[in-house]
Design a protein around this ligand. Structure first.
Ligand SMILES: [Zn+2]
Length: 94
């Protein structure tokens, strides 16, 4: 299992690459299947961020970060099941 610090480092790398997708390897399993998704109120310029690995379903989150131009944002005002892209129920490293 990767540490919180390793996930924070991965977050920094993935975040800085936005809106391009990063090909960074997962700090836990090594697969290049990291996903990052923002959730925010409509027209907000900051939101919370989910970062996880689609292979091992481990990850981290950040409570509030500026939303870079060009990224897809899940609308916070919609019910969870209508928010896209979907965020799986992954294991949060704290
Ligand atoms: Zn992984």
């Amino acid at each position: 299992m990767a540490t919180f610090d390793e996930w924070q480092t991965a977050y920094d790398v993935v975040y800085r690459a936005l809106p391009a997708a990063s090909d960074l390897a997962c700090p836990n399993c090594g697969q290049r299947t990291l996903r990052i998704v923002f959730t925010a109120r409509p027209a907000a310029n900051a939101g919370y961020v989910s970062l996880w690995c689609d292979t091992c379903l481990e990850g981290t989150h950040v409570c509030r970060a500026p939303i870079p131009d060009g990224v897809t944002v899940r609308p916070m005002d919609k019910p969870t099941e209508e928010r896209n892209p979907r965020v799986p129920n992954y294991r949060l490293v704290t």
